[in-house]
Design a protein around this ligand. Structure first.
Ligand SMILES: [Zn+2]
Length: 357
């Protein structure tokens, strides 16, 4: 075949592979964590969203998927990869918590496997069915469309921004059209799943990053999937439950594991990042309480406490500027606001707003 013709056919095939909105297919990257258990990571959504990790546990009698990505397009890409690995159906889904990037892709699995059992903590299901959707609404109706308008203007002057604009637009369209697919099995403390040769424990250790986090533990494989209870490298402490969360992490630390998969980022092969994050929590609980007693506001407390956290920060960030910024805002600032909320009275299960920057 002449090279020119081959190129023409290749580009035609690429065009045919485009989705209706003109976006090329996502290719997830795949890591085998232990024989037959795979982590899939998908690229971010333009410059407007990160996707959560999705993990497939294969067995001789079906597949369990832990977290289902943030859009149907991403979960469809992960399911396509699972189908290359096994002819077995997806029998179980576990959604770790209510953040959209961990469950908005569930419809893909329910369409493909109508009998699939979708598991979450009972409090998490309640949040998904109302409060989580309300929490996302301002972003979908105002924040993201407003950002797209400014990006459109910039792209009109700078054509190199057009692919990014198309990606961001497609993300908004996907998120707006998603068919929210809710858990149909709930648990409170523990649910045990025997799937083929796999013994799988779905656990909740109390309130952590959300009121109803689900973790999955495979004791024989020494593998633990923790969702956003820990994020590699910087944990995202919005609306968490400071004291209880530390207790949860202490119980996680006590489990016999060789691999811990966080809600985002590369899997952990040791407990260093877990323990450093726990130490940051301890400092913030202790110093936050002392700062409040001295009459400081949460923002003043942050400025007073940050210098003492520098060594711990560098362990997590390697002094990368963007990661330092995430440490300061998403971990220290947001966690401290919740330390203050907790000291002001018992925390309810309601979703707290993002503290003003
Ligand atoms: Zn997340």
């Amino acid at each position: 075949m002449r090279p020119l013709r081959a190129a023409a056919i290749a580009s035609m095939l690429w065009l045919l592979s485009l989705t209706s909105a003109g976006q090329p297919p996502i290719v997830p990257s795949r890591t085998e964590l232990t024989p037959g258990v795979f982590l899939f990571t998908t690229p971010g959504y333009g410059d407007v969203g990160l996707d959560g990790n999705s993990i497939a546990v294969l067995s001789r009698d079906g597949v369990l998927v832990f977290d289902t990505n943030g859009t149907p397009r991403a979960s469809a890409a992960v399911l396509a990869e699972i189908r290359k690995l096994t002819p077995q159906p997806v029998r179980w889904i576990v959604n770790s918590h209510w953040h959209w990037d961990h469950w908005y892709g569930t419809e893909t699995y329910q369409q493909a496997f109508p009998d699939v059992r979708i598991v979450s903590h009972e409090k998490n299901r309640q949040l998904m069915m109302g409060p989580a959707l309300e929490f996302n609404r301002p972003g979908l109706e105002k924040g993201l469309p407003g950002y797209l308008e400014t990006l459109e203007k910039r792209a009109a002057a700078d054509a190199s921004l057009k692919p990014l604009l198309a990606e961001d637009r497609f993300f908004l369209e996907q998120k707006t059209r998603v068919r929210h697919t809710f858990p149909n099995v709930t648990f409170s403390d523990r649910l045990t799943i025997e799937m083929g040769e796999r013994h799988i424990e779905v656990l909740n250790y109390g309130r952590g990053v959300t009121p109803g986090d689900a973790i999955v533990y495979l004791p024989a494989e020494k593998l633990l999937l923790v969702g956003d209870l820990i994020v590699n490298p910087i944990t995202f402490a919005l609306s968490g439950f400071p004291t209880e969360w530390l207790r949860v992490l202490e119980r996680i630390d006590a489990l016999d594991t060789t691999t811990i998969v966080t809600g985002h980022g590369a899997p952990l092969r040791d407990k260093a990042l877990l323990r450093t994050t726990m130490e940051v929590f301890r400092v913030l609980l202790r110093e936050g309480k002392a700062a409040k007693e001295r009459g400081l506001t949460p923002d003043q407390a942050k400025d007073a406490i940050m210098p003492g956290l520098r060594d711990l920060m560098l362990q997590l960030t390697g002094d990368d500027e963007a990661k330092n910024g995430a440490f300061r805002t998403q971990l220290v600032d947001w966690y401290l606001h919740r330390v203050y909320d907790e000291l002001n009275g018992p925390l309810t299960d309601a979703i707290a707003a993002i503290p003003p920057a």
